[in-house]
Design a protein around this ligand. Structure first.
Ligand SMILES: [Zn+2]
Length: 509
């Protein structure tokens, strides 16, 4: 609680500074996303940030100075400031491996951090505050406001969940990964939706799948450099056709009916008692873990599953059948150096009065999983709505329930923006695992912007940079840097919509 009070004090101070100056009380002070825990800035006293600037870096990780130099060179070319590394740190940093501090004034720029991760977050804050020197036709060096930042994340696991739908271009996935890193998320889950081009099991995807081995490896390498670890997902139970229920599409059975035995009738679930299903799934898991560069986690989905239909699966008690399946996969995954994650809903009984009004459930049978599953499976508790997606609740009893059962638990919000901060606060309060920001079919437009801005703020324990037009300015700057880093040339790879107005607005009649 004292952290909240401290934040309020800081923001009271910081926001006053954003009210402009004596001449221009309406003027705007730039702010990086997410809003740092402590941030004081004065754009009325800009300082140079160009090739003559020395950035002193105090960080015990000797690789950090080289990383910072390389990225300044990438971002600023011949105007890049110089980096002078120093191992000892004299700055007072907040707690945590990822903490960082920055002082920018007439003497230069000084960064302190305990790790390369902290240096990255510092660099992204600086990047969002640096603007071109004024008064010239084209950029001749940059300036920064005089500012100080002292910052550390509220939660150690800060993840975005990205859906590689057939309609989502790979460029949009890359933009979403890069922007998540810029906003200081450190993990991104990629769910394939029929788009992972497995070499071992090419029948698993839609034709011409764009999530190729080469593309996944390229993105994983980019993520590693930027400080965001990519995590694969496989729908290991329900959603077996890698489609949304609303579309009734199936990435396998619609075009390749010969694989029917691998699935329950209708195809929504895998047939868990079929040993061939178990073999295929393990081979896919191994292939994906390799392509993703052996990440520490893999997400197994397991949301919205249905009870068994086929005669073999009907022979086994439902809870036991599912537990054996997930526990078996979790052990297998652990043998391959990673940990399983899964959605939470099957672990709640819809008839349990404690969860009245919550969004998704399993049955009495599947709720036994909360007692029987291995306790190192990360439970991702997706909570989107208590009525209108806007409710702000302080307590999240299902998150507390999984924590009490001994699981690492993530809060997983979606478009319920106002609940993201309180959810992250609750996760932190109960010693939960982290925040998993889902985006689903809303990775575009204002929803994309708001999910990222509010989610990043929640994960760092600060309010979103909400005051317009500062909000839009900060987001536009961050997103535009992503485009520059990708060297985009297609207008669709800019902004938050593909087109300025919807195509087909002027039909020929
Ligand atoms: Zn079956």
């Amino acid at each position: 609680m004292h952290r909240i009070l401290a934040l309020l004090a800081v923001f009271t101070f910081a926001y006053r500074a954003f009210g402009g100056n004596a001449v221009n009380p309406d003027a705007i002070e730039l702010a990086p996303l997410p809003m740092p825990v402590e941030f004081k800035s004065d754009m009325d006293s800009p300082v140079p940030f160009d090739r003559d600037t020395v950035v002193t870096l105090e960080c015990p990780d000797e690789a950090a100075a080289a990383w910072l130099s390389a990225h300044f060179a990438e971002w600023y070319g011949e105007d890049a400031p110089k980096v002078r590394g120093a191992v000892a740190t004299s700055a007072t940093l907040p707690d945590g491996d990822e903490a960082y501090s920055i002082v920018a004034d007439a003497n230069g720029v000084k960064i302190a951090a305990r790790s390369l991760a902290g240096v990255r977050w510092a660099a992204y804050s600086i990047r969002q505050l640096a603007i071109a020197k004024r008064g010239t036709f084209n950029t001749k060096g940059r300036i920064l406001p005089t500012f100080t930042i002292s910052d550390a994340p509220h939660l150690a696991f800060r993840c975005v969940h990205l859906c590689w739908f057939p309609e989502v271009r790979k460029e949009q996935i890359e933009r979403a990964i890069r922007l998540a890193a810029m906003l200081k998320f450190n993990y991104a889950i990629l769910e394939p939706w029929g788009m992972y081009a497995s070499e071992r099991h090419p029948w698993w995807s839609w034709p011409e799948a764009t999530m190729t081995k080469a593309e996944v490896r390229r993105l994983a390498a980019i993520g590693k450099d930027l400080g965001i670890t990519l995590i694969p997902q496989i729908a290991a139970f329900g959603h077996a056709g890698q489609g949304r229920s609303i579309t009734v599409k199936h990435s396998v059975l619609d075009l390749k009916p010969e694989f029917e035995p691998l699935f329950e009738p209708g195809g929504w679930n895998w047939c868990l008692t079929n040993p061939e299903t178990q073999r295929v799934m393990r081979e896919l898991i191994v292939e994906m873990l390799e392509d993703f560069g052996n990440p520490p986690y893999i997400h197994l989905g397991c949301d919205e599953a249905q009870p068994p239909t086929c005669p073999e699966c009907r022979k086994r008690p439902y809870g036991e059948l599912v537990c054996d399946h997930i526990a078996g996969l979790a052990v297998f995954i652990k043998e391959h150096g990673a940990r399983a994650m899964m959605w939470h809903d099957m672990l709640l009984d819809k008839d349990d009065g404690r969860w009245k009004g919550f969004v998704a459930f399993g049955s009495k049978a599947t709720a036994t999983l909360a007692d029987t599953l291995p306790k190192d499976v990360v439970i991702c508790d997706w909570q989107y709505s208590y009525g209108d997606m806007k409710e702000v609740r302080k307590d999240w009893p299902t998150i507390g329930y999984f924590k009490e059962k001994g699981f690492p638990v993530c809060g997983a919000p979606w478009r319920n923006y106002n609940s993201m901060g309180p959810m992250a606060e609750y996760v932190s309060r109960v010693g939960g695992f982290g925040l998993l920001l889902t985006t689903w079919n809303h990775l575009r437009g204002g929803d994309w912007r708001d999910m990222y801005v509010y989610g990043a703020g929640a994960a760092w324990g600060t309010p979103p940079v909400r005051k317009a037009p500062m909000y839009d300015t900060s987001f536009a700057l961050a997103l535009r840097f992503v485009g520059h880093d990708m060297h985009v040339t297609d207008k669709r790879d800019t902004g938050i919509y593909d087109f300025e107005v919807p195509l087909g607005w002027w039909p020929p009649w």
